[in-house]
Ligand binder design. Structure first.
Ligand code: URA
Length: 208
């Protein structure tokens, strides 16, 4: 159907999300939701990848072309860079649960509108609650801004532990940004080490 007004769509999303008692139900609810205009131009719904029981959850910005085609987050060049960052601390994506602030690709990878982000947000909040991670990693400025509800930029936020509903939360530079600014990689690698140290501190063992 036609996209709903943002307030109506957000309320509809909230009701749907509240009725979901596990991530499988939530995935179905998101896949069946027509209230976000982005769905009309997307090929696939990109809900999540990785282990549902993971204690660390990554949240990126939005699906790109490869993600839209495959229906999975971070499978393109950004995802390969993310994999290298994880490899650096002895981990793979199977150790994590990964999603985005949006479940559909903005056409031509344009910046999502506030209405699109706000409409998807009740689903994301529910997804975090149902995943119940011990650590949250916010990949890039848009995810950090959305989840931490702050106007501060990613260069200020990254590499420090923040709080989201009692969950230790680490904002990191976006891999797409690192692909354009290789000199910033050392900061991202430093942040990856921070993540690994916190996992060790909390006794989160990577899957064998
Ligand atoms: N960039 C993101 O933020 N998320 C993806 O899933 C892919 C690229």
């Amino acid at each position: 159907g036609a996209p709903l007004g943002a307030a109506v769509a957000t309320e509809a999303a909230r009701k749907l999300a509240a009725g979901c008692t596990n991530l499988t139900e939530l995935r179905r609810a998101v896949e069946g939701f027509d209230g976000c205009a982005l769905k009309a131009t997307a090929t696939n719904t990109v809900f999540a990848d990785g282990a549902e029981g993971a204690e660390v959850m990554f949240i990126g910005e939005a699906p790109g072309e490869d993600e839209d085609r495959q229906g999975k987050p971070f499978v393109g060049v950004s995802g390969q860079m993310l994999d290298r960052m994880l490899g650096f601390i002895g981990l793979t994506r199977e150790n994590f649960y990964i999603t985005n602030t949006l479940y559909w690709r903005p056409p031509g990878n344009r910046t999502p509108t506030d209405a699109e982000v706000v409409t998807c947000h009740p689903f994301l909040e529910r997804q975090i609650a149902l995943c119940d991670p011990k650590i949250l990693v916010l990949v890039g400025g848009r995810a950090a801004k959305t989840l931490l509800d702050t106007p501060q930029g990613i260069t200020k936020l990254r590499g420090k532990w923040h709080d989201y509903n009692g969950i230790p939360t680490l904002p990191m530079l976006h891999p797409a940004y690192l692909l354009r600014n290789a000199a910033q990689k050392r900061l991202a690698w430093r942040d990856a080490v921070k993540l690994r140290l916190k996992m060790d501190e909390l006794g989160i063992a990577p899957a064998p």
